[in-house]
Design a protein around this ligand. Structure first.
Ligand SMILES: O=C(O)CCC(=O)C(=O)O
Length: 277
């Protein structure tokens, strides 16, 4: 399956590439203006009110997967509503493969790219901080057949609402390249691996506030976190995870598949789905 998009990005000049290479993250960059994102919100909200392909996780799985972070959905686990909606929703697929985002992705990682995951991350008013972590391997606990082999993933975090210091925007420690010791956030099967605060030098924390329609990009070793939401309103982001075809992506639910977002899959290692129509 092959996909071609114009390889133009007016935004990503060499300073931002250098920033990405040196710091492990770059942004803010603009996908669309706030008004355009606001116009998209009703369609996105419709998606978030329906279930996608991801099944309701078991209690054990659920306890490990963003459950402390995401706004609790009225019908229990939010996972089927927020996880990998690019597989079933053309609106979400278009956001995840926006030409501006793809232009940045190609410039950083080459022409052949797989979109393997996306997650809406709604931090409710009053929602907690997300502790320091790296996304190495696709966020997985040891012993769990979940993640990427070899580990290589990068994330675009798209702001659907504004993301501010007050409502818990992303924070980074620039320049961390090592894989740091970490331990599961909880006993859940797919717990995020957290780095102990004592192992984090917070003297150089960089907050990355974003306007609606802006995005940041970061590597899977970027040490990042987000603060509590004290703003009184929800903060909504879409974390879009990409990799390259030479990486084997373990399906994380029945029906999970990768999409060829750019170029071609010449490795043939992964189940490839067609974009939703
Ligand atoms: O949205 C957040 O607050 C945290 C996001 C994050 O850690 C990630 O996308 O890897």
């Amino acid at each position: 399956m092959t996909r071609t998009e114009p390889n133009t990005s007016p935004e990503i000049g060499s300073p931002q590439f250098a920033e990405f290479r040196e710091q492990g993250f770059a942004g803010p960059m603009t996908l669309m203006e706030p008004a355009e994102m606001a116009a998209l919100r009703p369609a996105v909200d419709e998606v978030l009110a329906t279930r996608g392909l991801a099944p309701e996780p078991s209690t054990e799985q659920s306890s490990g997967r963003l459950s402390a972070l995401v706004a609790q959905h009225r019908s229990g686990s939010p996972v089927p509503f927020i996880e990998c909606r690019h597989l079933d929703s053309p609106v979400v697929h278009r956001l995840c493969t926006h030409p501006r985002l793809l232009a940045v992705a190609r410039a950083l990682y080459g022409a052949d790219l797989l979109l393997w995951r996306s997650t809406f991350i709604a931090k409710a008013s009053g929602g907690p901080e997300f502790h320091w972590h790296q996304d190495w391997g696709g966020v997985h606990a040891p012993g769990d057949e979940y993640g990427l082999e070899p580990p290589m993933s990068f994330t675009f975090w798209i702001a659907l609402t504004e993301a501010t210091e007050e409502n818990g925007c992303l924070r980074f420690i620039p320049g961390v390249r090592a894989v740091l010791p970490s331990r599961p956030a909880n006993a859940g099967q797919r717990a995020t691996m957290l780095v102990d605060d004592q192992d984090v030098d917070t003297s150089e924390v960089r907050s990355l506030p974003l306007q609606p329609g802006q995005f940041a990009v970061f590597t899977d070793r970027a040490l990042h976190a987000s603060g509590p939401n004290t703003s009184g309103a929800e903060r909504l982001g879409l974390a879009v995870r990409y990799t390259v075809p030479a990486v084997r992506v373990r399906g994380h639910f029945p029906g999970h598949a990768c999409l060829v977002a750019s170029g071609a899959d010449r490795a043939g290692l992964n189940v490839i789905a067609a974009p939703p129509t």
